[in-house]
Design a protein around this ligand. Sequence first.
Ligand code: GAR
Length: 222
Amino acid sequence: MSDVLKIGVLASGRGSNFQSIIDNIESGHIKALISVLVTDNPGAYVLERCRKHTIESLIMKPADYPDRNSYYAAIADELMKREVGLVVLAGFMRVVGKALIDTFPNKIMNIHPALLPSFPGLHGQKQAVDYGVKLAGCTVHFVDEGVDTGPIIIQAAVPAYHDDTEDSLSDRVLRKEHLIFPYAIRLFSENNIKVEGRKVIINSKREDQSLINPPGTDNQSL
Ligand code: GAR
């Protein structure tokens, strides 16, 4: 068991992505275990999910530390103590500090609800709705010191419609988040992710498909 990947999760809210990771581990799709959940929010529903699945949780609030650096150093410390090999940001609503990034280089994954590099930061789905894009989606990427700027691991696209609201688009995107985040973690746990500069190299089959929205323009019947 000692070589099973140990995952540390950071989350701030309801934790539906956290749940999708738990489900994939419990069903055997991902060979890993979640060692600890760290939250900055004592009221987060993600804590309830920890109780249900007997996962250790730590509440660590930035206000309890003298500065940002010592906050992230303390989180890094807790993760190191538990021999975590991968850190997963599952709806962690803060820009992660250097102390944590330097401890886990290319070992911190984040899920972002937009097709990066479009719409980084908060409310990616609302930014997409307001902009009027026809394709939206989500991205799993490694975390560097920028805001949603690290090397991209996997993306999923969904159609966006003129009458979408932030909520309707968020629901459509979230369904894909629950697919690609566990998939990225599985690839990592199988040692199938290599990073060269900005490029993430993954051995996988290739499918030359396109998603066109509005549909109907990719055949001969124009
Ligand atoms: C998800 O949509 C995730 O992509 C987003 O927060 C939501 C968390 O939902 N993350 C960010 O916006 C990070 N900048 P969840 O708590 O149900 O997983």
